[in-house]
Ligand binder design. Sequence first.
Ligand code: ATP
Length: 370
Amino acid sequence: MEDRDSRRWGQKGTAGATFAGLLEFEHVSKRFGRTAAVQDVSLTLEPGEIACLLGPSGCGKTTLLRIAAGIERPDSGRLLFDGQEMAGPSRFVPPEKRNIGLMFQDFALFPHLSIIDNVAFGLKNLPREEALKIARHALERVGLARYAANYPHHLSGGEQQRVALARAVVPRPQVMLMDEPFSGLDQRLRESVRAETLTLLRETRASCLLVTHDPVEAMGLADRIFLMRQGNLVQSGTPEQLYRHPADAAAARFFSDTNEVKGLVQGSAVVTPLGRFPLPRGGNGREALVLIRPQGLKRAAEGEGIEGLVTEARFQGDDVKCTVLFNGLEEPLTALIHSRSAPSRGNAAWFRIDPEHVFVFDSATSQPIS
Ligand code: ATP
């Protein structure tokens, strides 16, 4: 059943198969009064790629997406779809002439239209019978065909979101633009709708640019992440590249909690109260900031590694979150230790530091020391 539906979904569209679009931003900038919302951003979304614009609130993600959609015009720079200029100094193609699908936070189904008519809404240029047939297939695909004749208020939030997804993909857009599409859903629902969205996007083969402020969501969804801060593109790469090789201290902090320890570069290592951390190249006398993820502090056998005093140990299921005081450090560090080997509160314990979770930055510039 699933296979048959998937095949139908793959074959039937408004005009056959989707050809994934190539989306390019070239030196795009946008100001709102004194706010530089987007500053000289260049990035490329490859055909068929699912990419996330990721960053804290106000960093310009939505503005960039709205420029792609044609809802905002860039002040400078160009936007291209498949090499064709959509927005630039001498050209502006309105949203309805761009082959894009949109899905925003407030996915707003039309309350006065039935579920099937909501989905068929974007297929107005097709004969009604054909539009309804395609809409029904889309509803089957998201498991909601039984609600076709109902109205949006009959459906739960997660179901409405799946209808919105079906509505966005039925016109077979080359590029899907999604702005925090799961933020209105509770945690458990969010994960299932997210997984379903990912499957559907892969099936339709549209390229997708999705805005989120949640690094876990971005890592779970994206082939590539574009990390933004204060209107600038800070780093782009696969989730693993960004997690393992953050471009600067703020990028490292954005992807997980970190412990921060000061050190001094001596020869080809940073010297800290926790010991020496090797560097590929030296540079004597520079002050360094060593960031250690809580999961990088591992329990060691007694007498090995560094000794600390566990002042707090909180059970969190698989892990225990420990607060540990080490000699020479003013602030305690946080360690995430598997519950099977976790120390208890009030006791001394020995730890080693996993270099995979250690990042060394120049204190002055916040750039990696390498
Ligand atoms: P959020 O996750 O909170 O939506 P964001 O990263 O998507 O944030 P944008 O919505 O793109 O950020 O906003 C970037 C900056 O531009 C912010 O400082 C915002 O206040 C400002 N801004 C965005 N749209 C407008 C507007 N229409 N008028 C004035 N300022 C705006």
